[in-house]
Design a protein around this ligand. Structure first.
Ligand code: 2P0
Length: 332
């Protein structure tokens, strides 16, 4: 069994900080084929491959400074030492820092926190890039992706813009986000936020509970592997209908397997189901719009720029994101 700390030490040499302050940004990512379950709990090795799209300038900025004591603030709000977010952040930082080094961590999200909008992914990705700068590791994006994965599995996909795949290799040194060399300028993601409060059960716990109790879990894994291949090929061919249909199906299968856990996990709210009906009605009228849903009630719509106006008529408060509006690397 390789433990987290020795795994990290095999990826980078654990230098003391080379400067007093560093900051970094990483985008949120939305999975079009979901990660839900692990082969290795300690190292966050996924049971199945997943594929995401990063949300350009929507994500998390992290500032790290050497300080007299450890502290964490999220969106200017001080997080107490007893809170799970504090413990998770500093357990992660302890993988890289000597015990006598104390850090002030300030994080700002441009996307709602803990509402199933993947903010832990962008947080741990940005935090990892910031540590790389603070300690002057000059590590590759591949290495940083492996390290970010230790904070939160899906964080390994937030090291890149655009489409990113994460394969289900057993070897932890091969478990990182791989950017796809495809730009799809017309693609849009719409955020339908019904509830931006803390979710009822955090993803990490919900994932484990599903894996441990659902009799349908193995079927989900088998299906999701097929969905991954179909989504991957559809992106390469820019076949929008196949991409949308398969991403939507993958999200609904994810919620089905959660319903089959004991006790069931239900993230949808009445607004979620109303919006799904409207999306299906739009498709009846030949507007190609699809959705995906993560560990929360909110929906993310997937459509092409041409259909934006029609879709806004039904969802006037939708936030629209062009995932390809940035051309630079995440680290720059
Ligand atoms: C995803 N989610 O692929 C899926 C879909 C939520 C729903 O990855 O335990 O916070 O830290 O590895 O990364 C959220 O899970 O879980 C997630 P850990 P993580 O985006």
């Amino acid at each position: 069994m390789i433990y987290k700390k020795s795994y990290a030490a095999q990826l980078i040499s654990l230098n003391p900080p080379a400067r007093e302050f560093a900051e970094a940004f990483a985008p949120s990512n939305i999975a079009l084929c979901k990660y839900w379950g692990k082969k290795n709990l300690d190292l966050n090795i996924p049971a199945t491959p997943s594929l995401s799209i990063s949300l350009a300038d929507r994500g998390t900025k992290v500032q790290l400074s050497i300080a007299p004591r450890n502290s964490l603030s999220i969106n200017s709000k001080n997080i107490t030492e007893e809170s799970p977010a504090f413990k998770r952040t500093f357990d992660f930082l302890e993988l890289f820092m000597a015990k006598n080094i104390k850090l002030a961590v300030q994080s700002e999200n441009s996307i709602p926190t803990a509402a199933g909008l993947a903010s832990s992914a962008s947080f741990f990705a940005a935090l990892t890039i910031a540590i790389d700068k603070l300690c002057n590791w000059q590590a590759s994006l591949q290495t940083l992706s492996c390290l970010a994965r230790l904070g939160s599995g899906s964080a390994c996909r937030s090291l890149h813009h655009g489409f990113v795949k994460w394969l289900d290799y057993d070897d932890p040194f091969k478990s990182y986000g791989i950017p796809m060399n495809v730009r799809w300028e017309e693609l849009r993601i719409g955020l339908l936020i019904f509830d931006d409060k803390e979710k009822s059960m955090p993803s990490r716990q919900a994932m484990l509970h599903t894996q441990n109790t659902s009799p349908l879990y193995q079927a989900w894994c088998n299906n999701s592997r097929t969905d991954f291949e179909v989504v991957h090929a559809a992106i390469k061919k820019k076949n929008f209908q196949t991409l949308g249909e398969t991403a939507e199906y993958n999200a609904l299968s994810l919620h089905a397997v959660m319903l089959s856990a004991r006790p069931s996990i239900i993230y949808s709210q009445p607004e979620t189901l109303k919006a799904i009906s409207k999306i299906h009605a739009l498709r009846q009228n030949s507007i190609l719009v699809y959705f995906t849903q993560d560990a929360g009630p909110n929906l993310k719509l997937i459509f092409l720029e041409n259909d934006l106006e029609c879709i806004l008529e039904d969802f006037p408060r939708m936030e629209v994101i062009n995932p390809f509006s940035r051309v630079d690397n995440v680290e720059s």
